[in-house]
Each structure stands twice: as C-alpha cells, then as structure tokens.
Design a protein around this ligand. Structure first.
Ligand SMILES: CC(C)(COP(=O)(O)OP(=O)(O)OC[C@H]1O[C@@H](n2cnc3c(N)ncnc32)[C@H](O)[C@@H]1OP(=O)(O)O)[C@@H](O)C(=O)NCCC(=O)NCCS
Length: 182
C-alpha cells in the first residue's frame, strides 16, 4: 500500500474576514506558529503584524481568519498594500496556522480565499516571499518570469508573484513600509 502523505483528515473551517474581536486570538496564533529567535520575547512576525495594522497599507478586506466548528480562530492570512513602481499591488503575509491544526489544509484554504478576495477586488497581482513547496500550488511564479523585481535581489526564486486580473505591471515590487524593518 502506498505511504499516506496526509495522515490526518482535513480540518473543517470557515474562512471569513477578521473582526475586531479576533485580533487577540490572531496575535496569539502568530506567536505560537512562528519560531521565536533566541533572546527575543516573541517571533518577529508578531511585531510585524502589529505594525501592519497601524500602517496605511493595511487592507481590512484582506485580513482573513479560519474559524473551527467551535468558533475558535485557528488560522490567519493577511495581504497589505504594496506597489510595483507606483502601480498598486499587494504583498501576502504573514500567514499562520495554529500548530495543533497544521498540515490539515487550513493554510491552503486561507491562501485560496485571499487570492479570490484579491482578484474580486481587481488587484493585478499578489507577491510573496516564501517556501516554494507551499506557495507553488497556488500559481505563484518566480517574480523574474513576470519582469517584476524583488525588494531584495538575494531572495531569488523565493520571491514569487501570482498574477490576477488585468495587465500585470512591470518593475520593482515594494511591500508596505513595516516590512522594511524586518
Ligand atoms: C505554512 C503554514 C501557514 C501552512 O499551513 P497548513 O495549514 O499547515 O498547510 P496545509 O495543511 O494547507 O499544507 C499545505 C502544504 O504546505 C506544506 N507545508 C505545510 N506546513 C509545512 C511545514 N511545516 N514544513 C514543510 N512543508 C509544509 C506541505 O507541502 C503541505 O502539503 P502536505 O501536507 O500535502 O505535505 C503553517 O504550517 C504555519 O503556520 N507555519 C508556521 C508559520 C509560517 O511558516 N508561515 C509561512 C510563512 S509567512
């Protein structure tokens, strides 16, 4: 019998827009999901999310949570306003799933929902810096293939773009300002 690659059954979740009452639970799951560097109190992604919330690039329609049948928030994804040489675009991340619910399709559901929301709002592209094994399945392509420059050339093919509707602008992608502080 072939080995099972997904031993646990998919999680049942609803993906919806984040509400004000979800913010604390989202922060807690981001702290739990990402590693905390030695000597630090919490992962850098927790502070990044706080800074993004306070930034003009925050897009409430693109902050989505996954809620389990008990009403608990078990995953979160966000995309914020960036640009490609002045043309509006969005940058994805952070995305986080509570550790006890990982590898059960929650992250996949969140990213699909985010891409659908972005396309429905006529965004031309979503950019991401991340694991090719995770993001490749959503149609993200190395940004260079689309003539989009990375904020940091050292990121190479880990910086990817998912084209959406309309003409994809060419040029250099810039994230919302808080990403520069990472
Ligand atoms: C990355 C993350 C959001 C994925 O969410 P998830 O619900 O666990 O992902 P899914 O169950 O939808 O899995 C989809 C695929 O992603 C990949 N993947 C997910 N977690 C992985 C991990 N820890 N290591 C390696 N690959 C992983 C696998 O290819 C997986 O497919 P498979 O289960 O068939 O092998 C989640 O693991 C997480 O919160 N990780 C910590 C935070 C992080 O690294 N965020 C991403 C960078 S912003």
């Amino acid at each position: 019998m072939p080995a099972r690659t997904r031993p646990r059954h998919p999680a049942r979740v609803l993906v919806r827009r984040e509400r004000a009452t979800d913010v604390a639970a989202v922060r807690a799951l981001v702290v739990a999901a990402f590693p905390t560097p030695g000597g630090a109190d919490e992962p850098v992604e927790a502070g990044l999310l706080d800074a993004l919330r306070a930034d003009p690039g925050w897009l409430p329609a693109f902050s989505l949570v996954a809620e389990d049948p008990a009403g608990e928030v078990v995953g979160h994804v966000v995309a914020t306003r960036g640009d490609v040489d002045g043309h509006p675009a969005v940058g994805l991340g952070p995305v986080a799933v509570r550790p006890d619910r990982q590898r059960r399709g929650v992250g996949t559901a969140l990213v699909h929902a985010l891409l659908g929301a972005a396309e429905a709002r006529a965004e031309t592209l979503v950019a991401v810096l991340g694991e090719p094994t995770f993001y490749g399945r959503f149609g993200f392509r190395p940004a260079a293939e689309l003539a989009i420059g990375s904020p940091d050339p050292a990121w190479g093919d880990s910086f990817r773009v998912r084209p959406l509707i309309g003409r994809v602008p060419r040029g250099r992608f810039r994230y919302a300002a808080p990403f520069a502080g990472l």
